[in-house]
Design a protein around this ligand. Structure first.
Ligand SMILES: NC(=O)c1ccc[n+]([C@@H]2O[C@H](COP(=O)([O-])OP(=O)(O)OC[C@H]3O[C@@H](n4cnc5c(N)ncnc54)[C@H](OP(=O)(O)O)[C@@H]3O)[C@@H](O)[C@H]2O)c1
Length: 350
């Protein structure tokens, strides 16, 4: 069995910690190095106690990294861009989980991130690491930009409809994404302080969310950009995203025709499920059922009174929204089975 070494820069964070968990269990991977500047010298399991008795690895400083077959960056946006020139020669394949290399148009960084991109050459060499949309490019890419969590969930919900050309792009597509607290990372802040966060249903980015740029980029077909309005809301959960999208059809398609569109787009996808039951409690996608898993569940309902379709998509933000999707892309790039190390379902009940 092929055995490759992997290393993670930024392994003390939430996305990095999830990568550690996945890569330690991956049959083709030996995780050899995990960095943290603040925790260097300390056991990884001290920061990620779910890994007690699973690993005795210690964090190292990124300056002490040795060459490796695969290098994952799980650093804040802006930091990855600065780090890449120092570490790019350590590994033939680099997978970055930040937003620094996701956008094809450098001008989008000015618009959505408020700064110019400082490494246009590198930006041009990254492939957007969403397997359902870019599997072929990922299979030969040496640099992969893993997508954002709310963008992943929104795009995967809407992609079949835009791909099929059945959306009225003259009308807005409105996406409301609900997210748990781990989506903003492990660094403490007033908004994540328990007394301020617990029990919350809080609009934190009604307009101007940066993930809008990825959604527009990936749902543009035949040079027609979608008319996307995106809002984000924090809810009472640690993991999980539910993206509810309101989209208007350009023709009068019934439920059966819409099912066919979704089935055609996702029938061979290893981590996509159409969830649309007619009875019971769990009729539509629910992020809680996906906790710890790499699935993205998608469902929809046709509004009988208009041409609106309400699309529901759910993920675990740290899995399909981050580390799981990055491992899926790694599997594609390295020629491993795409489900390898990711086959487990979520938990129920939780
Ligand atoms: N959380 C999610 O659901 C999610 C989903 C998709 C993508 N992402 C992306 O994944 C990346 C990591 O997110 P996260 O949620 O894991 O954040 P996090 O919990 O805050 O972790 C950030 C990591 O970066 C390291 N770090 C911070 N500043 C650094 C610097 N200047 N130099 C070197 N290392 C530095 C931290 O380690 P030390 O300070 O210990 O060195 C820590 O390991 C972000 O770009 C985020 O956008 C996150």
């Amino acid at each position: 069995m092929t055995q490759l070494t992997a290393s993670i820069i930024g392994g003390s964070g939430y996305a990095g910690g999830e990568l550690v968990r996945l890569l330690l269990m991956h049959p083709n991977i030996e995780l050899t190095q995990v960095t943290s500047e603040r925790q260097a010298g300390k056991f990884v399991k001290t920061t990620h106690p779910n890994l007690r008795e699973v690993t005795n690895l210690k964090f190292i400083a990124s300056a002490d990294l040795k060459p490796t077959d695969l290098l994952f960056l799980a650093l804040p946006h802006g930091v990855s861009m600065e780090k890449l020139p120092q570490v790019r020669d350590l590994a033939p394949v680099v997978i970055d989980l930040s937003s620094d290399f996701r956008l094809n148009n450098p001008g989008d960084y000015d618009v959505w991130y408020g700064h110019q991109h400082n490494d246009l050459e590198a930006l041009g060499n990254f492939v957007y690491g969403m397997p359902e949309l870019h599997r072929e490019e990922i299979s030969t890419a040496d640099w992969i930009a893993s997508p954002g969590c709310m963008s992943t969930t929104s795009i995967l919900g809407l992609y079949p409809l835009f791909r099929a050309g059945v959306v009225d792009t003259s009308l807005p597509t409105i996406i409301e994404a609900k997210t748990g607290s781990s989506g903003s990372g492990g660094a403490p802040s007033l908004s994540s302080h328990h007394a301020e966060r617990s029990g919350v249903i809080r609009s934190f980015k009604p307009t101007g969310h940066r993930h809008t740029a990825e959604i527009v980029q990936e749902l543009t077909f035949a040079d027609v950009a979608p008319n996307v309005s995106f809002s984000a809301t924090s809810i009472e959960a640690v993991r999980g995203i539910l993206a509810t999208s309101h989209v208007f059809l350009n023709e009068d398609l019934d439920d059966k025709a819409l099912r066919k569109i979704y089935r055609e787009a996702y029938k061979d996808e290893p981590f996509m499920r159409l969830v649309k039951e007619t009875a019971g409690v769990h009729r539509y996608p629910e992020p809680k059922l996906l906790s710890g898993s790499n699935w993205c569940d998608v469902g929809f309902e046709r509004d009988p009174h208009s041409r609106r379709v309400v699309v529901m998509a759910a993920t675990d933000n740290l899995m399909k929204g981050a580390a799981g999707q990055a491992v899926q892309a790694m599997n594609i790039r390295m020629g491993f089975g795409e489900r390898t190390g990711l086959e487990f379902p979520g938990l129920h009940p939780i």
